[in-house]
Design a binder for this molecule. Structure first.
Ligand SMILES: Cc1cc2nc3c(=O)[nH]c(=O)nc-3n(C[C@H](O)[C@H](O)[C@H](O)COP(=O)(O)O)c2cc1C
Ligand code: SF4
Length: 448
């Protein structure tokens, strides 16, 4: 498959505007400004079936069509570059290596929804990515793609970068908007949704970096071409982040619908399980979603519908692989610690639930757990789901409700032995250790 989103691997210095232009850069923007009406742009994105890559898989064109036309208030476009989901590292490489691709997507979105101001909100740790974006924005401004009357089109647009302070919750779109406005990153109650009440109380589109990176390709090559890649309902190229106990962890551009088994085992992709061990489990979409057993994982294709039909969600495409020596109690404890730490604390079921789940997981892992605790975990998780302002609570409830029943024997063994059966064996590997001296995501970047 041709590399589309990650073509920066094949084109040195794509982040330089001259190289970007030489490879067709900003031609899609020209087409969007001079050959298409805003309505036609939205129809093309709708026809492409592009779905959001930030986790919720919402159809992008439909989202854009919710923005009121002829709004009396200003309209904003916000690019979500907060990327903090464990196991997810695609946006950072996109921003570092193809910032113009992201900016062009933002500008086309502005034209489609008649926004004259866009913000790119970056997670606090993305210092390099912000520098690369700011350099690219200065180049684009000097070339007349940003500012007043861009490319002589009578359309004005300004793009700003904004770095958060490093909080997972600020990736949730309404917490992000609060943070952008200078307030504490608390998610908002919905409705109203950002399409009518977003940044500064005005209509706002929020889209992920990878979602917007798809847009120039769709406008340049057409919705029909885009739909020819992958399955009908969730087509397109996808940047999969493969991590954990595989020989070749990395960022892999593959068509949607690609078999998870091939992603893990093919020599030119994951290269199989570390040390030739047996596969035990896979979380397919970042740490927020139900875990698959090895048997389930080896049957699933990686697109939104197939993963959902198999009982999990594809989320961001952050694939976390665990082999036979992984302690599943330890793995869930690590996940619980993360969500407990990142909960903003506004909702009682999330604040208390995350705290209790982490406490119970520590007890289980350290040999103080009881059989009743296993049912208690499910009970607490069930009270968290669907009862809160945002879905961070569900992001811990879903792993709990899959880890405990699917690996119940292992949980019970911790209770019976009053210790972790893995920890004192030479084979023990922590969920958070990689067992390899060093790895770098881009080393693995490949396409099928
Ligand atoms: C706790 C939480 C964290 C999130 N973090 C991110 C993130 O880092 N990046 C992102 O694009 N979306 C994140 N989302 C999803 C956003 O709320 C939103 O759905 C997304 O930015 C919309 O863009 P898309 O339609 O292009 O996917 C998060 C959601 C939740 C509940
Ligand atoms: S679910 Fe958790 S993170 Fe989300 S608003 Fe409520 S307390 Fe905050």
């Amino acid at each position: 498959m041709e590399r589309i989103l990650s073509r920066w691997v094949d084109i040195p210095n794509l982040r330089d505007i001259e190289v970007y232009e030489a490879h067709g850069g900003y031609r899609a923007l020209r087409k969007a400004l001079f050959e298409m009406t805003p309505e036609e742009i939205i129809e093309e994105i709708k026809a492409s079936n592009l779905r959001g890559r930030g986790g919720a898989a919402f159809p992008t064109g439909v989202k854009w069509s919710f923005i009121p036309r002829n709004s009396e208030k200003p309209v904003y476009v916000v690019c979500n570059a907060d990327e903090s989901e464990p196991g997810t590292f695609a946006n950072r490489y996109q921003l570092e290596n193809d910032p113009h691709g992201v900016i062009e997507g933002v500008l086309i979105c502005c034209r489609a929804v008649n926004a004259h101001t866009a913000y790119i909100y970056l997670r606090g740790e993305f210092a390099l990515q912000k520098r690369r974006l700011d350099e690219a924005l200065a180049q684009a401004r000097a070339r007349g793609y940003i500012g007043r009357n861009i490319m002589g089109s009578n359309f004005d647009v300004e793009v700003y970068t904004h770095r958060g302070a490093g909080a997972y919750i600020c990736g949730e779109e309404t917490a992000l908007l609060e943070s952008l406005e200078g307030k504490r990153g608390y998610p908002r109650n919905r409705p109203p949704f950002p399409a009518t009440y977003g940044a500064f109380g005005c209509p706002t589109v929020v889209n992920n970096v990878e979602t917007l990176s798809n847009v120039p390709h769709i406008i340049a090559r057409g919705a029909q071409w885009y739909r020819s890649i992958g399955p009908e309902k969730s087509p397109g190229p996808k940047l999969f982040c493969l991590s954990g106990h595989v020989n070749r962890p990395g960022l892999y551009e593959l068509p949607m619908g690609f078999p998870l088994k091939d992603m893990i085992y093919r020599e030119d992709l994951g290269g199989g399980i570390l040390g030739g061990k047996k596969l035990k489990a896979v979380i397919p979409g970042g740490s927020s979603f139900p875990v698959f057993t090895a048997e389930e994982a080896l049957k699933v294709n990686m697109d939104f519908e197939s993963v959902r039909a198999a009982g999990s969600l594809m989320g961001t495409g952050g694939v976390i692989v665990m082999h036979e020596d992984t302690c599943m109690v330890d793995a869930l404890r690590t996940i619980a610690r993360f969500y407990h730490h990142e909960s903003c604390g506004q909702c009682t079921p999330c604040r208390e639930g995350c705290s209790w789940i982490e406490k119970l997981m520590i007890d289980l892992e350290e040999g103080r757990g009881t059989m009743e605790d296993l049912d208690r975990l499910i009970d607490i998780a069930s009270n968290m789901e669907g009862n809160t302002i945002c879905v961070l609570a569900d992001s811990l409830a879903m792993p709990v409700k899959s880890f405990v029943p699917k690996f119940r024997d292992e949980f019970e063994e911790h209770v019976r032995l009053k210790r972790c059966p893995f920890k004192f064996s030479a084979k023990f590997v922590s969920f958070t250790s990689s067992e390899r001296p060093s790895s770098h995501a881009v080393d693995g970047l490949s396409s099928s």
